[in-house]
Design a protein around this ligand. Structure first.
Ligand SMILES: [Zn+2]
Length: 292
């Protein structure tokens, strides 16, 4: 019987950071925590003797096809840290049907209606979108940090992220990217073939801050609540900021103040709203500052 205790979560995070959030050999963000010396031999979790390996490379190591000393070499210079970003992973979206949840806003329909849908669009750019190309469902997502650096990208179903962020975890079908300790920049559930659920996080672009929690959403700049916007077969879901007059959207904000707005006041307001709604998920969202 295997009475192995779980690896402590803080140790797991250090291992992920050291390995660049992917298999040290190929960079794939779907991996296992592998004891270089074999658990059976050491019977303990030694942080710097544990590496991330994908199923294939784990199998090769276990079966003697991948020599242990090579795994050690790779672990000293993991692929994702060498390139600065994760090896692309292809998500299995397909068909015509789309189902997007952005907090409590829901956008569903058939991609064939417009050929493209943009559930989140800021200043005319689709930050979350899907389109049909040769009958293939293509998902796109752009997530930037506060410095405007793009840290997670999905283009035509190919997911990549920066290997230099604080933490990224793809567990099951849920991806969480953190900007700091307990600071979530984006929390996504992939539900292929059709569904994407943005559970928590922030969409940042051109000075606009869209906050998404599990129970509500808001444009922080204007303290506008965006909850319960739902649409079937609508080209655009949330159209925020400057945009063409001719777009068809479930919600549109018009232009938003980007400079000189009271950000601290807006954050205090957001925290008060969260307290009223007994929404504790807001505490883990990046960029909202410490609890007052
Ligand atoms: Zn691998």
């Amino acid at each position: 019987m295997d009475k192995r205790p779980p690896i402590p979560s803080g140790m797991k995070r250090s291992i992920r950071q050291r390995c660049g959030f992917g298999c040290v050999v190929c960079g794939l963000p779907i991996y296992e925590y592998e004891h270089i010396d074999g658990w059976a031999n050491t019977k303990q979790h030694e942080e710097d003797r544990i590496v991330l390996l994908c199923k294939r490379h784990h199998h090769e190591k276990t079966n003697g096809l991948l020599p242990g000393h090579l795994v050690e070499e790779f672990s000293e210079s993991p692929l994702n840290l060498r390139s600065g970003e994760s090896t692309p992973y292809s998500l299995w979206f397909s068909g015509e049907r789309y189902e997007f949840d952005v907090g409590t806003n829901t956008f569903t329909g058939l991609l064939s209606s417009y050929g493209i849908v943009q559930p989140v669009r800021i200043d005319g750019t689709g930050l979350l979108s899907a389109r049909l190309e040769d009958n293939h469902y293509m998902l796109t997502l752009h997530i930037a940090d506060e410095g405007g650096r793009e840290v997670l990208t999905i283009v035509d179903n190919e997911l990549t992220f920066s290997a230099l962020v604080y933490d990224v975890e793809l567990v099951g079908h849920r991806l969480i990217l953190r900007d700091g300790y307990r600071k979530i920049l984006i929390d996504i559930e992939f539900q292929p073939p059709a569904g994407v659920k943005i559970r928590r996080g922030r969409f940042l672009r051109n000075g606009i801050e869209l906050l998404v929690t599990e129970n509500w959403s808001s444009i922080l700049n204007s303290r506008t609540l965006l909850s319960g916007n739902s649409a079937e077969n609508c080209w655009i879901g949330l159209a925020i900021g400057r945009d063409s007059k001719h777009i068809v959207s479930a919600y549109r904000s018009g232009d938003v103040t980007r400079e000189g707005w009271d950000r601290r006041g807006a954050i205090r307001w957001a925290r008060e709203r969260a307290r009223e709604m007994q929404d504790e998920t807001i505490d883990e969202i990046a960029g909202l500052g410490p609890l007052e």
